[in-house]
Design a protein around this ligand. Sequence first.
Ligand code: SAM
Length: 273
Amino acid sequence: MKHLKIKISEAIDFANLTIDAFDTELLMCFVKKVDRSYLYAHRNEFLTKEEKIYFFELVEMRKLKKPLAYLLGKKGFWKNDFYINSSVLVPRPETEILVEKILDYDLTGKELLELGVGSGVISISLGLENHKLSIIGTDSSIDALTVANINSKKLNSENVIFLNHDWNNKWLFPKMDFIVSNPPYVSKSELIGNEDGIWFEPEMALFSDDAGMTDIKTIIFKSINFLKNNGKLLLEHAPNQAKKIVKEAKKAGYTKIEQINDYNGLSRVSILS
Ligand SMILES: C[S@@+](CC[C@H](N)C(=O)[O-])C[C@H]1O[C@@H](n2cnc3c(N)ncnc32)[C@H](O)[C@@H]1O
């Protein structure tokens, strides 16, 4: 195998023994810099030595459950492909619910703060949807902000600025119409053992103490002082945190609490005002 010349179809069949067939095709397209129709039309084409080595290296990493987004360097979110590397969380489809919900409001001339931007998917998607919405996006990770800025430049988003800020430190923001966050909310102790891929993601993007509630609580309690009259805090969370969020929100002084289900019918987003 090491010295053998190998055709596209043979490499794909071999990879399919260990990883998902769709992932195999995407990796082959990535290595060959072609689309899927090219693969079907050129099944008998031989891979170069470099292509063969690179392809099987990627297959090996996928076998170890490294997320496809890190191998391909991109992930689709809302209406665009975003650059992704291992300093940021791989954006999840359920996070699009936050975007969808915010777009239900009249955003023209409004100000929005995102806490924990990661790759920038939420802020940039919102900014591109409404050019008259002013957005400040923050993260405590400089590496994440670098990725967010790359995406902002790539997608020409002009109404978003990214700042380095840790929400455990002092907040010096003006009052906002909207504060939005998909904070770390996974409880490490509640992992069930089949979440292999997440070990490739930054721990600070995923885990929070106190059954995943520590960062959520900080954001709930601090945000209320940075919302304008009728301002709203929108938070993504785990379904089993929904009741605790209601309790914390009331304690912090929010009077209106709406909770939205995800595509599996599980409570995933809370809107506090
Ligand atoms: C779950 S990720 C969300 C990333 C992105 N918004 C998304 O939805 O894909 C949480 C983000 O919060 C950031 N973060 C964690 N702790 C933070 C803190 N104390 N202050 C500011 N940002 C923090 C992480 O670096 C990470 O980028």
